[in-house]
Design a protein around this ligand. Structure first.
Ligand code: DC
Length: 218
């Protein structure tokens, strides 16, 4: 069994930025589980299946093979042999992933891949149900959050820096909507594990959050 650090929290809390830095400092592999749900979302979008069509989504899982490789220490996600890493971070794919990740068949599809990576490697794995469901025996559990306003502003700055046109209020509404969906779904909802350390990053710098998490790890 590898050494396992689970990081859960809502969209835009900075999980991936922070987890990537902790991985580098501690020599763990960073496993981004959201990217796996996003890869499946790309598959559903390519097939033109609506997220409400639960049966269609479950059937489409049958011909989706998601796998992970590490190239220069960076996670690459493959969908049926194609590297889709560059296609994952759009709002369209994020919304599709948020909707379809509520379907139990979609979650089952990715569960074993996530557990296998944690068995075979020292990992810091981020997502929504890592500490509660995927790795309930994780050595360290972190619940990383921040206010909706802070998260919206970070996302806004990120999009603007890429030259994308966007609206702060719309982003805040999307984030609040996604939180509600991730927290209120029946299967594996986003919630803090009882033994998770709560970190609110609203007024913290990135190095402060990284250092706090590292202080809990071996
Ligand atoms: O972390 P992210 O924004 O890349 O995740 C995209 C969506 O995937 C998110 O809205 C909820 C879902 N997700 C999930 O249900 N469980 C996970 N472990 C990771 C992501």
């Amino acid at each position: 069994m590898g050494y396992n650090v689970a990081v859960d929290g809502p969209a835009g809390a900075g999980k991936s930025t922070i987890a990537r830095l902790v991985a580098k400092e501690k020599g763990y592999i960073y496993v981004d589980t959201g990217a796996m749900y996003r890869a499946l979302a790309v598959h559903f979008l390519k097939k033109g299946i609506a997220p409400e069509d639960t049966q269609g989504i479950i059937e489409a899982c049958g011909d989706a093979d998601v796998s992970i490789r590490y190239e220069n220490g960076i996670q690459q996600v493959y969908l049926n042999g194609e590297n889709v890493t560059g296609m994952l971070r759009t709002e369209e794919v994020g919304n599709m992933a948020s909707r379809t990740s509520a379907i139990p068949g979609v979650r089952e599809k990715l569960l074993e891949l996530q557990r296998m990576l944690a068995r075979e490697n020292d990992v810091i794995m981020d997502g929504r149900d890592i500490g509660t469901n995927i790795l309930p025996e994780a050595d360290v559990k972190i619940f990383l959050t921040a206010s909706v306003e802070t998260r919206a502003k970070r996302r806004y700055d990120e999009l603007r820096s890429k030259g994308e046109d966007c609206d702060l209020e719309q982003i805040a509404r999307d984030i609040a909507e996604r939180d509600a969906r991730d927290m209120n779904r029946e299967t594996a909802p986003l919630k803090r594990a009882e033994d998770a350390v709560l970190i609110d990053s609203s007024d913290m710098t990135i190095p402060e959050v990284v250092s706090e998490i590292c202080s809990h790890c071996k």
